[in-house]
Structures are given as C-alpha cells and as structure tokens.
Design a protein around this ligand. Sequence first.
Ligand SMILES: *[C@@H]1O[C@H](CO)[C@@H](O)[C@H](O)[C@H]1NC(C)=O
Ligand SMILES: *[C@@H]1O[C@H](CO)[C@@H](O)[C@H](O)[C@H]1NC(C)=O
Length: 369
Amino acid sequence: MRHLAVLAALVALAAAGPRERRQTTEYERCQDGTKVCVPYYLCQDGKVITDGSGVIDIRTASGCSNYLDVCCADPHTTDPVTPDPGHVSRCGVRNYNGIDVRIQGFQGNETQVAEFPWMSAVLKKEVVSGEEINLYLCGGSLIHPSIVLTAAHCVNKHLSSDLRVRLGEWDTQNEYEPYKHQDRDVSAVVIHPRFNGSNLHNDYALLYLQTPAELSRNVDVICLDNNPTILAPHHNCLVTGWGKDRFGKKGVFQNVLKKIDLPYVPHGECQTALRTTRLGGFFKLDKSFLCAGGEAGKDSCSGDGGSPLVCLDATKTQYVQVGIVAWGIGCGTSNIPGVYADVLYGYDWIVAEADKLLASPVVDYWGYD
Ligand SMILES: *[C@@H]1O[C@H](CO)[C@@H](O)[C@H](O)[C@H]1NC(C)=O
Ligand SMILES: *[C@@H]1O[C@H](CO)[C@@H](O)[C@H](O)[C@H]1NC(C)=O
C-alpha cells in the first residue's frame, strides 16, 4: 500500500501542469514603495524570506493586503514550491508547524497550513443562475485515498451525484496555498443501517470518491483503531472544523481551519451531565455515542458536524480518529460535553463496508507504531 501512495504522488507530479504566475506589474507595492507583495512561497528561490526565517507574523504584516503575502525585492527570479514527489503516506501525522512556513499572530486557535492533512470538507454541488457553486455541508476525514468518513446526518438526504469532497483545504476564502486543494466527486454514499435520523444513533457514513486522492504533504489519511486504550479519561483530544456560516462566503477576510483541544469524557459521566439539561433525568446515552469537552467556551459547534475528533496514540507521534461531531446541547456550555459518533464502537462496520468498496483491506492504510 505504501508503494501505491508513492506511485500516486509521482503520477500527481507528472500530471501537474505549469503553475500560473502573476506578472510583476500586477503585484501590489509594499508600504516602503520599493518592494512588492508576493505570496510567501514565491520569494527567494522558493524559500520563505521574512524577518523571522520561515515565520510569518500576521500582526506585524508587511502592509500587503493579503495576510499570506510578504515583501520581496526580486520576485521574478523565483518559482513556487512544487508538491513533494517523495511524499510517503503515513496515517495521522500532524504538521505541527505547517508546511514551509509557520504563521504567527492568529487570535483564535487557527491551524497552520496543512496541519491536519486528513481534514476534509463535504460540499453540495448546486447550480445558481447557470453557475455551479459548492455549498458547505459538513466536515469529514480521509481514512483511505478513496474514502471519507463523515456523519450520516450530514449526507442522508443527499444523492451521491450531488456531493463533492474537498481535500487539502485550509483557508476557505483564498485559493492561495502553495499546495492546492483537491476536489473529488462522490460515487457512493454508504450509511449505517441502524442510523436513526431522529436521535442520531449510529451516525456513521462513508463517501466513496470517484477518483482517489493524490496523497501529498497537505492530503493524507487519519488512522483508525479499535483499541480502547487510546481513550484515556479526561485526556485531551482535538477537534478541527471550519464552522458552517463562513465557508466560502465572500467578503470575509479569512476563514482558516480551527482546532480545539477537548478532554475525553467517559460514557457514564457524560450521561449524568446530559441528564441535567433539557434532555431530562431519564435520558439514555446510546452506546454509539462518545463525549468530549464540557469546558465553557470550548466546543465544536453548528456546522462542525461530521468533523473528526482525534487523539494521540501511545507513542504520541500519530493521531487516531475516535469521534465524529454529531450533536450537542448549546455550544460551549460549562460542564455539558459535546456528543460524537463513537468511531471505536462503529469500527467493525466501517472496516467491513470500506473493504466492500475497495480491492484491498482498508486496515493496510492505518499502520502505526
Ligand atoms: C483557543 O484555545 C484555547 C485552548 O484550547 C482556549 O482556552 C481559548 O479560549 C481559545 N481562544 C479562542 C479565541 O477561541
Ligand atoms: C428511531 O428512534 C426513535 C426514538 O427512539 C424510534 O421511535 C424509531 O422507531 C427509530 N427509528 C428507526 C428507524 O429505528
């Protein structure tokens, strides 16, 4: 399988045409009047030159109107970064410092470029006055080059032919990152047979992509596992999401993928907490749910549905997906955890259905130490 991934990366490189390059005359002037604003990866032989060697601080930005531009004296001797042809796929590897550059000065828990390469956006194709647009439905996660895992409640009312998945996305407002996103149409939607749309039990769905993703530095898979030791009570896990309201909307300065760390809350404790809400004292938390969070102001919220909750494995080098954002009572309410589809509970179904879609066992993709 590893060989396939390398092959896919090589094919991707061969297929990539020459990149578009803006003419110098189109570049905006920097505040000092002599330099010009260029994308950070265009400056100096493809290496980033900023005042902090590989670090962009958006608070002290150059005076360029785009926060990913830097001031550069000689942009036309340079080339954009080309995707790494030697990318070797490994599940659940987080790019802590982004790729090529670390951006400092974000205020609200934004992620770095390609920090979570498995993060996917589930979109709905829609034609508005003759033009096809993509509406954001939900988050998802790449678990195999051909399969995205998401919440059933996100996709159960849609035809596969209306769905599209975006991989390797980071800032939904800019087509700016040096590593481009990949859009894939969906050829099949597989929903858990015991999914219940009224109470969201078994909120699991698989999206089978028409063409496999090209694994690269900004697009790779998340690990899955059925070993419960990955879930240490109250240890922090992470959820990532864009939130619905701002995806792809015009006029918003930036909408960068966000991350929140949340403690895993054991089942009984979560049920007790939820019984104090309007769900009432007889509420029974189904076995297909898992809880995390419950700290004021920190929660996944509306629009994050389908997004992955991931925890570090024992060696702290790879992330394993344990949950899919399902529902919550309010957002970020103190002591009330958010509720996720439990990926360990759904593991056997996910593996069996993925294997039916694929020619080889899906677990081959989730090797980790
Ligand atoms: C960022 O995350 C930290 C810890 O996860 C949290 O305490 C803080 O409130 C968050 N800030 C914003 C602006 O969301
Ligand atoms: C879904 O759950 C509701 C409430 O528990 C139940 O009445 C209904 O029969 C369930 N539907 C399916 C299809 O299982």
